[in-house]
Design a protein around this ligand. Sequence first.
Ligand code: FEO
Ligand code: CA
Ligand code: CA
Length: 655
Amino acid sequence: MNDTTTRLRASDLEDSGDVGCNPTENLTMGEVIATRFNRRDLLRGALAVAAISATVGNRALAANEQPAKKGLAPSFDFKEIEAGVDHTHHVAEGYDAQVLLRWGDPIFPDAPEFDPASQSADKQRRQFGYNSDFVGYVPIDGSSDHGLLVVNHEYTNEELMFPGVGVQDIKDVNFSGMTRELVDIEIAAHGGAVVEIQRRNGRWEVVKNSKYNRRITADTPMDITGPAAGHDRMKTVADPAGRKVLGMINNCAGGVTPWGTWLSCEENFNGYFQGKLADNHAEARNYKRYGLGSPAYAWGKFHDRFDLAKEPNEPNRFGWVVEIDPFDPTFVPRKRTALGRTKHEGAAGITNQDGRYVIYLGDDERFDYVYKFVTAGKVDPANRAANLGLLDEGTLYVAKYDADGKGTWLPLVHGQGPLTEANGFRSQADVLIETRRAADLLGATKMDRPEDIEANPATNRVYVMLTNNTRRKDEQVDPANPRANNAFGHIVEMMPEGGDHTATAFTWEVLVKCGDPSVASVGATFSSETTKNGWFGMPDNCAVDSQGRLWISTDGNSAKATGRADGLWALETEGEMRGTSRHFFRVPIGAEMCGPFFTPNDESLFLAVQHPGEADEGSPASFDNPITRWPDFKDGMPPRPSVLVVTKNGGGKIA
Ligand code: FEO
Ligand code: CA
Ligand code: CA
């Protein structure tokens, strides 16, 4: 998972700057600053951070001068756990973490029990998938004890899933161990799941005979909707109309809409395609910008559509936000092209004061951008069917963070500014298919890998997780990305003008720079109340609970990187405690923390433990020789990615 890794597996794709690099020469914020200050005064390193911070508003200082506003989130009061790494998970004292759904668990009455020694694609299609990332809870009749869990299965680890297979890559073994059967199991283990769950006598259980339960895979038929549907660049041999596609891939984070649908986001889709296009091919520039050409999976060996030479348009049909109605098991998932094509992290939204729905979107790549989508129509609480059309019409914007703590949302609209035929954009479909290149031309701010973004309905502030970017150089440092060689990431807080999420103006500041605050050269800015267990690196997913409190899960901590496993931390955002972080949960060795998602009453918290037992800092790990057998700890059973639900012993809110 570090920069010296040579394999291009899916987890490495998340961390790979070799692909999809932003080639533009948009001014970095450091250059913007340099135009305001004499170049000689633009200090480097930690001193630069102090100098640059002084140029933007600092709400933390302001908050110290006045009492905390009434009605804002109360402070956390759980007793934090000790940071560290071992074979299992840990949760704060007084809480219970129940393993609810493991990879391979049957989710239908007739589904076969999991047997890793005799897995098949048919079995896998009836069982819970691999590497859960986003977990959403959609209440049934408003209940916090009965609802539908919607879960993304982001990617697969062949070396941990299959006996005797080991790591399969293109560089060292040319996928030689991958058979068609294994590839088809992988395809069936991708996608997502809808699972009805119910809480009885305090324990959550899966309702196996539910009419709602469903597996979605990387070959489930889906519709393509919105402005790019039917465009020539979306057409393939199998789909001459350009409106139907098989499957969704590498679905990372997502969102749940107020009308009860699940938004599932395709992230590192590039790693699934093999073959090369000629440099003068019409799609060559497009595919370079998204990092195609370095396959992490062998799928193209057995399925022509994953081979660029045979089906050059297929990659244009991935990289979208997919909307799924979990209450209708026959619903054909819809790829909503109006929301743009990027390596989408998440799609959490908020209903604006005027009723329009606003979705915040991160494009997880070094030096890529923060986006938002504003629907043209308004959410109608009385008309669910009408809301199902909302995401096909609206405006996509990309963020530009100015040096003075202000910022602008720039619209990606065909015909406006540089988004014209002269630059290769003949229609809005072109703008959306090449969202990144359109944003390049608009001059968006290059960020340190934007992951989850969540709005806090209590304050209208928006939190942007920027997980890390070790390739940012001193001269590329800017106020919104204030550290060179940013190994530990940071969080930016945005305030839409007038609390209006549709506004094109906003203000912003850095909420916290992550990493060990006791090491001066790291430049972390957690509050002094944060303990040695309380700080974290690499923020990835996040949730705002119903009381407006921010919870953050991480990806990339390890014994070597930070002396701690990934996990969940609670971060104070208000008053004098602002910037204080506390450790609530940690994952077993090799895993990253995904989720988190709360029930409406904050009494249950869903978490996903992704890729437990994956090689940690280069040490070997395989099905036959795992570094943990979490969560079953049985001989012959590999580690199993799982969804957990955390509750308070004796009941009550998680806080
Ligand atoms: Fe799949 Fe950006 O994490
Ligand atoms: Ca993520
Ligand atoms: Ca991740």
